[in-house]
Write a protein that binds this ligand. Structure first.
Ligand SMILES: *[C@@H]1O[C@H](CO)[C@@H](O)[C@H](O)[C@H]1NC(C)=O
Ligand SMILES: *[C@@H]1O[C@H](CO)[C@@H](O)[C@H](O)[C@H]1NC(C)=O
Length: 278
């Protein structure tokens, strides 16, 4: 009787691991390397990156080597959402204490264990309600900690809560699973004060289509990142969902993406947005 030569096992191993390598540890390491790259202003520190990287800033094709990662930033706060089902990550970066303030959202998508697509939204002074000091202050007070396994919502429930919130901008009949308390952090403005009476169901504009939604979901912290077009404006909505209900909403709206479109964009937003927090 013949036995399999031992090298067969070695030869097969890479095929087996490539399908199952998208672990939280793998995603965490890569997302951490993104923060290191941004801190150093050195895109090459982001690992592992595919040769065929599709790189975008504010929904426009951009050059990875000379993009935002080539600018060293003081990162005061970061949070990752790790999505092992899709093999994707979302990272929220707040730079409030450097020479120029930024709040940045990055979705990374992996293929064959390397980053194959990056979508970065960059907000700074001049963007909607932008205040990095405010963002840092509120974001670092909120509890986005790990949810005990038996209390976790499914991906479907988490995404449905986000979708309901996004849908109500164009359809007031949508039932949104509001949590109480719930707080919205928009640009740098907060709809609450961190207390038990904070509400999210206040001052929602109408007549706005939130389209082209791309989700990154992390059930362990009840979080979903949604990159979308807010009436054609590049926008990030991120949600923390607890027991099926909205607890926190963070938004970034890029007004400065296109200089030519800027004044039109601003007018368009003024018409529909009535921020309730100042
Ligand atoms: C930004 O937010 C901080 C902290 O909430 C606040 O003290 C400050 O007044 C805000 N700045 C502006 C320009 O609104
Ligand atoms: C939103 O979408 C609806 C249906 O597709 C369309 O009729 C409407 O004009 C859109 N509104 C805006 C502000 O783009």
């Amino acid at each position: 009787m013949r036995t399999l030569p031992i090298f067969t096992i070695g030869a097969l191993a890479p095929l087996v691991t490539s399908a199952s390598d998208c672990t939280r540890e793998f995603l965490q390491d890569s997302a951490d390397s993104l923060v290191a790259a941004q801190t150093a202003g050195d895109p090459s520190l982001l690992q592992p990156v595919s040769d065929a990287l599709d790189y975008n800033e504010n929904y426009a094709t951009a050059t990875f080597e000379s993009g935002i990662l080539s600018k060293p930033l003081e990162i005061d706060f970061s949070r990752h959402y790790l999505d092992t089902t899709q093999c994707a990550t979302f990272t929220e970066l707040i730079s409030a204490t450097g020479s120029k303030p930024y709040v940045i959202g990055v979705q990374m998508y992996f293929t064959d264990n390397s980053v194959s697509k990056i979508d970065t939204l960059i907000t700074t002074t001049g963007d909607w309600l932008f205040n990095a000091t405010g963002t840092l202050y509120w974001a670092s007070q909120e509890d986005w900690g790990t949810i005990p396994e038996e209390e976790r919502d499914s991906r479907e429930v988490i995404q449905a809560a986000a979708d309901a919130y996004c849908d109500i901008f164009s359809d007031k009949s949508v039932q949104v699973p509001w949590g109480y308390p719930c707080a919205r952090l928009e640009g740098g403005a907060y709809t609450g004060n961190g207390g038990p009476d904070d509400r999210c169901d206040v001052g929602i504009p109408s007549g706005v289509n939130l389209t082209n939604r791309r989700y990154v979901i992390d059930e362990t912290i009840g979080a979903v990142s949604v990159f979308l077009s807010f009436n054609a404006i590049p926008d990030s909505h991120a949600f923390r969902v607890e027991k099926g209900k909205l607890r926190f909403v963070h938004t970034m709206t890029v007004m400065t993406a296109s200089r030519n479109g800027r004044s039109t964009t601003r007018r368009r937003l003024r018409g529909v947005m009535a921020p309730s927090a100042q």
